[in-house]
Design a protein around this ligand. Structure first.
Ligand SMILES: Nc1nc2c(ncn2[C@@H]2O[C@H](COP(=O)(O)OP(=O)(O)OP(=O)(O)O)[C@@H](O)[C@H]2O)c(=O)[nH]1
Length: 608
């Protein structure tokens, strides 16, 4: 059989990019490449941020035409890492033998992520009044932001802080959303909620602003029900005034690939999400009759009926949604001391880190796609409000990463960094392998045992030591990822692919609240379990097997899908135009390949 012609990741990206540009009607001129994200001397920057105080890496540059809305305005800005740091981590990934960590080490206390003495607050908007000119206000904001960064760096030694947002424009956006909102929906990913819940934000909203926060534990379909309950209890114990709601936009469909999600949504629409009624209930409790929310309640009921009547054509029956596009000046001069529930309307601000599912929550509440969804963090570009009903308004905000002391590797696995732009993905792969049963789930073969490797020491050895690099090498071999020039195993692409599987939830890494291991039995027999299972769209029987599906029968494999959408970083709601690239699906249309292992991280010492 002739050898497959190597097709590099770079070539494929280029091909995708050209396709996207064609679709948008772009001619190809201008700074349109996402790959051109690293700053180059003299390159024209279209983003309007003028807040560079350090060496900043700007992500996800989008095509931009003069006179139109600048889509790069809120793109992610992270501090650049030094070449030495990147090289050091690469070396460790090549040399350090992976050791599975104990259950206890998966437990994370929020004060470890946001230690109170480290000044891990977020930039605040300085005081202002209507006498100030726009320029004065902007200058004052920039100065205050620089002071904030100086203070932060003075209290935290270099390298100790996580990646965090350096784009002042995005912080400005947060200020405005907080000012406009009556109630804030703070959305986090249930797999690692403490990473995405900055206590300083909570205290600012509930204290200074005197507003209420509803914590939305999103993506519960990706987490074992006992752990969902344990997190809920932990967050309530730490922040007693929080209203907590569990949510999923994909009930009954854990680990869906991009293409599966598209298909299912086309079939079932957005109104099948689990949790909108609980958000309504939380708001009813908060507003205590000061806003008439009956129109929202009726909308939820209507959506449920429409879904039952016509689940083949959900969007056709969906109601149209009134949207408001905000001009900058309108937002800049919004008053911070705005009265609550102005004109009898409840304004809900949706905020959260990138990729936690804010857009999906909005679409699910509205019952149809109004915001574009993507697995690429930092996708949300526009500030808009959507009327859910006559008396309820939703206000969207770009994803924001607050400074913390969390490991950068875990941050990456939490999806805050565009995987395609990582300079060094291997250490995150190592971090994942030490915490989730990747080797056994993917049934990887050690590179030293591959046919063409005749290393005498390792021949036939079962108990081989694995490094992160070995894992990537084995996955590249397994997937047939080759470099274009030398047709060697493309470990970079393999590492990216593994990280995407983890971010999408197909390789499951969930951190746990403190004490989870000791109280495990309590959570596994908790009376709220059926409620969480119902929300996930699963049954008790499924739970019985789903948690322990080691055997082949319990497998659901998605390898061809993974292959096809491996780099489909862009809009998940677009056309299926990317279905054709990559490797074709098997003839019998059955997926083949690795085991997708539900909640595998909770298995009994599987990596040990
Ligand atoms: N399994 C699962 N995936 C979800 C859920 N909600 C969102 N996702 C996926 O998470 C990814 C990010 O979703 P978005 O809704 O675009 O997230 P966002 O917070 O708006 O992201 P930014 O634009 O980066 O701020 C997409 O791949 C979604 O399909 C959920 O409830 N379950």
């Amino acid at each position: 059989m002739p050898r497959k012609k190597p097709f590099s990741n770079k070539q494929k990206k280029k091909q995708l990019q050209v396709k996207r540009e064609r679709k948008r009607g772009d001619t190809g001129s201008g700074p349109s490449s996402r790959n051109a994200s690293v700053e180059r001397g003299g390159e024209r920057q279209s983003d309007t941020s003028d807040s560079e105080t350090t060496d900043i890496r700007r992500m996800n540059q989008q095509p931009f035409r003069e006179g139109r809305y600048d889509p790069n305005r809120y793109r992610l800005h992270y501090e650049k890492e030094s070449k030495e740091d990147v090289e050091k981590r690469k070396k460790v990934a090549r040399e350090k033998v992976l050791q599975p960590i104990s259950d206890k080490e998966l437990e994370i206390n929020i004060s470890d992520i946001y230690p109170s003495e480290k000044g891990l607050c977020f930039p605040r908007r300085p005081s202002w009044n209507y006498e100030m000119t726009r320029e004065n206000l902007l200058r004052k904001e920039e100065k205050s932001y620089r002071d904030y960064l100086d203070d932060l760096h003075s209290r935290n030694p270099p390298g100790s802080l996580s990646h965090f947002e350096h784009n002042l424009e995005t912080w400005r956006q947060l200020w405005r959303v907080l000012e406009m909102s009556d109630v804030v929906l703070l959305i986090v990913d249930i797999r690692h909620p403490v990473l995405q819940f900055p206590p300083s934000l909570y205290h600012y909203i509930t204290g200074e602003l005197q507003k209420q926060v509803v914590l939305v534990l999103n993506k519960v379909d990706l987490c074992p029900p006992p752990l969902v309950i344990a997190w809920k209890h932990y967050m309530t114990s730490q922040f007693p005034h929080l209203q907590i709601v569990c949510f999923t936009s994909h009930p009954g469909q854990p680990y869906s690939t991009v293409l599966q999600k598209k298909r299912m949504r086309r079939k079932a629409g957005w109104s099948q999400a689990g949790g909108p009624i609980d958000i309504l209930k939380a708001c009813q409790e908060i507003t205590a009759g000061r806003v008439d929310l009956s129109s929202w309640e009726q909308k939820i009921q209507r959506d449920a009926v429409a879904e039952q009547l016509d689940d083949e054509r959900p969007d056709e029956g969906a109601e149209s949604v009134l949207m408001e596009h905000h001009s900058d000046s309108a937002m800049e001069m919004s008053s911070p001391s705005q009265e609550l529930y102005k004109d009898g309307v409840l304004t809900l601000g949706c905020i959260g880190f990138p990729n936690v599912g804010k857009s999906s929550v909005i679409n699910s509440l509205v019952g149809r796609k109004v915001v574009s969804v993507s697995r690429t963090p930092g996708h949300t570009k526009y500030f808009q409000t959507y009327y859910l009903s006559q008396t309820v308004k939703l206000c969207d905000c770009p994803g924001l990463v607050f400074p913390s002391r969390v490991d950068k590797q875990l941050q990456i696995l939490a999806g805050i960094y565009p995987v395609s732009q990582l300079q060094e993905p291997y250490s995150s792969v190592g971090y994942l392998c030490e915490r989730a049963s990747v080797l056994s789930v993917l049934k990887l073969k050690h590179p030293n045992l591959l046919e063409n490797n005749t290393h005498p020491e390792n021949q036939g050895s079962e108990e081989l030591n694995w490094t992160a690099w070995d894992v990537c090498e084995a996955w590249a071999e397994r997937r047939g990822y080759k470099t274009a020039k030398a047709a060697r195993n493309d470990v970079y692409r393999a590492a990216n692919s593994l990280l995407r599987l983890a971010i999408d939830g197909r390789l499951c890494l969930c951190v746990r609240p403190p004490g989870y291991s000791c109280l495990r039995e309590q959570w596994e027999n908790h009376p709220d379990l059926p409620e969480i299972l119902a929300l996930q769209g699963r049954t008790t029987e499924e739970e019985g097997t789903g948690d322990r599906d080691d055997d082949e029968d319990g497998e659901s494999s998605t390898e061809p899908e993974e292959e096809r959408d491996r780099d489909a970083d862009d809009d998940e709601d677009g056309d299926d135009e990317d279905e054709g690239f990559g490797h074709p699906r098997q003839k019998d249309n059955k997926p083949s390949g690795f085991t997708v292992n539900m909640y595998n991280v909770l298995r009994e010492n599987e990596c040990e």
